[in-house]
Write a protein that binds this ligand. Structure first.
Ligand SMILES: CC(C)(COP(=O)(O)OP(=O)(O)OC[C@H]1O[C@@H](n2cnc3c(N)ncnc32)[C@H](O)[C@@H]1OP(=O)(O)O)[C@@H](O)C(=O)NCCC(=O)NCCS
Length: 163
């Protein structure tokens, strides 16, 4: 499937809310990504995304997910955190592996970052597999430091370095 990364547009609001309003997605993310996911959440998100390196994953002119690169500050300014999600009906087709590869290339070509990292929950084997396929290395596993919907999870730290 041929996907691309592009800026979020106000006109993406309907597909954003349709796809993001899913507990199967929210349960693997921080509480910044809510469930239920309302129009107000979507409007705020698109405004924030347009001012940052947060892109829509585009398939056939539709936004079917999102991927963001978040540069860190102060002494951590050579690091950027990756966050991403995909509409459930598109899972298991290799789309996020493609999107993460595009984002890595974007980071090396357009930023001064030296290290990209992502922090999937220990229970999120799909995301871990995406990162491994894209060349990320498991750097650390922090035991049961995450609480999500009343359950404890491990935090895994995966990273890739500028070649
Ligand atoms: C995790 C997520 C991004 C995966 O996206 P995807 O497009 O389905 O992933 P891909 O199709 O590129 O899969 C890559 C690999 O992971 C495997 N995989 C994907 N989902 C999996 C799952 N739930 N369990 C086990 N393996 C899985 C695929 O089989 C594939 O491995 P293979 O090539 O060896 O067969 C998607 O399920 C999602 O958006 N989940 C909710 C939000 C989320 O978890 N975001 C990440 C937070 S860190």
């Amino acid at each position: 499937m041929n996907i691309s990364l592009r800026k979020w547009e106000k006109s993406d609001l309907t597909s954003l809310v349709k796809y993001a309003n899913n507990p199967e997605i929210a349960k693997n993310l921080t509480n910044v990504f809510p469930y239920p996911y309302t129009e107000t959440d979507g409007i705020r998100f698109i405004e924030r995304a347009q001012a940052a390196m947060i892109f829509a994953i585009d398939y056939n002119q539709e936004a079917i997910g999102g991927i963001g690169l978040h540069p860190q500050t102060d002494i951590f300014s050579i690091n950027g955190e990756l966050g991403y999600w995909l509409a459930e009906e598109f899972w298991g087709k290799g789309i996020m592996s493609q999107a993460v590869q595009l984002m890595i290339r974007y980071a090396w070509d357009n930023t001064e970052l030296h290290r990209l990292f992502a922090r999937p929950f220990g229970s999120n084997t799909g995301s871990q597999r995406v990162l491994e396929k894209c060349g990320f290395v498991l750097e650390a596993r922090i035991s049961k430091n995450i609480i999500k919907y009343g359950e404890l999870h491990d935090e895994l730290i995966y990273a890739i370095r500028r070649p």
